[in-house]
Design a protein around this ligand. Structure first.
Ligand code: GLA
Length: 395
């Protein structure tokens, strides 16, 4: 049996076994939703901009069995704590925060007027937590799928992604954009997506076979707080409003050309001007990347990634010491083509484009260098784009 098949079979067995121990029966329905990595386009999503994004072949599974009442019980194979709540009374749980993505999915669907059926469920995730690979969006997507199935709710994939974003915005309280949930639900196997966050549409972008996408997870404690994310968002909105002469909240940097920005940048608060420049230039880099990826244009990939990294550190200021150490650990790495931040920044992982035949040598080098410099054991692994969220056939 191939490695991947073997791991899948073991996962199915472990979930069946634990489900039986917890609930004394077999699960009746199985769902999965992948994490994602952005290949270009940091913080462009809430500016109505573009992102080059792809799913990763790490995902969250939810197995469940409907209940005859309105209760929900959920445990996890690899996360501590459980949730048990009534669908008529859904509150956040500060003590076991991952369960808020489950609770929030129920709250948002109920808020839409759906009569939900309760279930007993068990989760298992191979998406690392807190690394910027959208482990939370994966839980949201898989839970929404589960509730929709047991409650007989039909849905379009885009609707599901938007509901997932509302779980974050309205229930968890993070004013994120659509990137994570869109990718997790609508991702295409074997391809990246060029996502337009204004029209909420995407096209598949192929990745030249000479290129591998490698996650370099710093595994250092993440520094992202909601307040820093919200601050970046507010600065972008303030800049767009001033540059376009519209009320705050009704202007997006997507509509500001580099020419307009350069002509008027001196009128802006200098910090706001730096934030705006980054987003406007990053949007242009996304479109250029969508050309460079299928062609495997290494020189262009390197230039785009270097400019994105420099902008993230100097203009958008979403760096962290562990990210700098990881970037430095790649300096002499064999096979390196390009490297930049991934996710929201403030820690988490970097993403590298590496020559396909040299991934192992690259990973060994980066792991040694990063560990030597920081004392932390990083996690370096290549990823392939997997199909977006859906049903699992356990066989
Ligand atoms: C987080 C958010 C996304 C996006 C990225 C940064 O992942 O959830 O909406 O803003 O950060 O690009």
């Amino acid at each position: 049996m191939a490695d991947a098949d073997h791991l899948r079979a073991r996962r199915i067995e472990a979930l069946r076994l634990e489900f039986g121990k917890l609930y004394g029966v077999e699960p009746t329905a199985w769902f999965r939703a992948p994490g994602r990595v952005d290949l270009m386009g940091s913080h462009t999503d809430y500016n109505d901009g573009f992102v080059a994004t792809m799913t990763v072949d790490r995902d969250t599974w939810l197995v469940l069995r409907p209940r005859p009442d309105h209760r929900v019980r959920v445990a996890s194979l690899n996360l501590g704590g459980t949730a048990e709540f009534d669908l008529g009374e859904i509150e956040r749980d500060q003590a076991v925060p991952w369960t808020d993505y489950v609770r929030g999915a129920a709250a948002v669907l109920s808020g839409e007027g759906h009569a939900l059926t309760g279930f007993d469920g068990l989760l298992h995730s191979t998406v690392p937590f807190g690394s910027g690979l959208s482990s939370s969006a994966a839980i949201e997507s898989v839970t929404l799928l589960g509730f929709a199935a047991v409650s007989g709710i039909s849905h379009e994939p885009l609707q599901l992604a938007l509901l997932g974003q509302r779980v974050e915005n309205e229930f968890v309280g993070l004013a994120c954009g659509i990137l994570d949930q869109y990718t997790s639900v609508l991702g295409t196997a074997g391809h990246a997506l060029l996502l337009d966050c204004r029209t909420l549409s995407s096209e598949a972008v192929s990745i030249a076979p000479t290129l591998s996408v490698v996650i370099c997870d710093t595994r250092a404690p993440r520094q992202l707080t909601g307040s820093e994310y919200d601050e970046r968002r507010a600065q972008c909105e303030a800049g767009a409003a001033q540059l376009l002469g519209r009320p705050p909240g009704q202007a997006r940097l997507r509509d500001v050309s580099l020419e307009l920005f350069e002509a008027r940048a001196s009128e802006l608060d200098p910090v706001v001007a730096r934030r705006c420049r980054f987003i406007i230039e990053e949007n242009a880099r996304v479109l250029a990347l969508a050309e460079a990826l299928p062609q495997g244009d290494e020189e262009l990939l390197g230039r785009l990634y270097d400019a994105s990294w420099a902008g993230a550190i100097e203009l958008f200021e979403i760096g962290a010491p562990a990210m700098a150490a990881m970037h430095a650990a790649m300096d002499e790495a064999p096979g390196l083509i390009a490297r930049r931040q991934a996710g929201a920044g403030f820690g988490g992982c970097l993403v590298a484009i590496v020559h396909s035949g040299e991934v192992e040598a690259f990973a060994g080098h980066v792991t040694r260098e990063y560990h030597g410099a920081t004392g932390f054991e990083p996690s370096v692994f290549d990823v392939r784009a997997a199909l977006g969220a859906g049903v699992v056939e356990p066989g």
